[in-house]
Design a protein around this ligand. Sequence first.
Ligand code: 13P
Ligand code: SF4
Length: 357
Amino acid sequence: SDAELDARIKAAKATLGDRAVILGHFYQRDEVIQYADFVGDSFQLANAALTKPDAEAIIFCGVHFMAETADILSTAEQAVILPNLAAGCSMADMADEDSVEECWEQLEEIFGTEMDEHGRVPIIPVTYMNSSAALKAFCGRNGGIVCTSSNAKVVLEWAFERGQRVLFFPDQHLGRNTAKALGVPLEQMPMWNPRKELGGNDEHVLLDSRVILWHGFCSVHKRFNVGQIEKARQDFPGVNVIVHPECPMEVVDAADSAGSTDFIKKAIAAATEPTTFAIGTEINMVNRLAAEYPQHTIFCLDPVICPCSTMYRIHPGYLAWVLEELVEGRVVNRITVDESVQDNAKIALERMLAAKP
Ligand code: 13P
Ligand code: SF4
């Protein structure tokens, strides 16, 4: 029962004390979040992993790519545990290493390796945090960098200083929304399409590009649409619409603002007058904000419940199990990034951590 699970988790946590730290992403359900020592967006959680070197184990209540990142940034002795190994991310799965390597080879053939008059290389790879460690390593090896939704602008600026153009993967929407906010015209953001017979990219379009977008997307954020925003504005005049930048461009354009999960939380926390907020992001987070800020009216733009199904795979039962195993001295569900990948992935992550505004 829930009460039994609660007692088991609390007992194991008490026994472990500082030996284990539990990190929880904003999209986790309340039944899990209540046990987290630290709750945050993906950037804050990466930092949290970096700043807890004394904990033997980091229990990551989030998805696989986040646990991989925590393993790369934590010390070699620390074990990063993902309570349910089936908690992946469908967007991260949309860019596999082989396809990106193949794309890169073709682009190198087209662009060559010569720098322009500003000393910029032809192309810089930028990967969204929501990607495998192998792709972060690919960026590390090829002069590239990682970004999250909270620093995508700063990271793209970093890349434009060093490169004539960017290959951005896996999320087309974050790439497009961020580049657009930086003034890049849509016609200079082609989507990568290797197959000529299926209307593949013209070479001159690639040569004129500033950002080449990968085709990935988030199935949760793809559900938001402009009609929902119009309806919210009709039903609640004066409503403040905030969406995550993984939403399609038209949705971001129609909203009042867009930003990472932490941005959304801070925007609500900063409102001094009772306000109506319509939010375009995952439902567990929206419902928690609504409960935390009862003085405001806060609802999700999508009337159909839209949880991230993989985030939801972290159930308190798994948390109880991994904690109790730790108490017994056993590490289960450990996420270990291969040593051959660690170093290069860390280079790309460290470039991101250093690229603060
Ligand atoms: P942030 O927490 O960085 O806003 O990202 C949201 C997300 O989709 C995590 O998968
Ligand atoms: Fe992946 Fe979307 Fe879930 Fe984030 S919300 S973990 S991008 S599927």
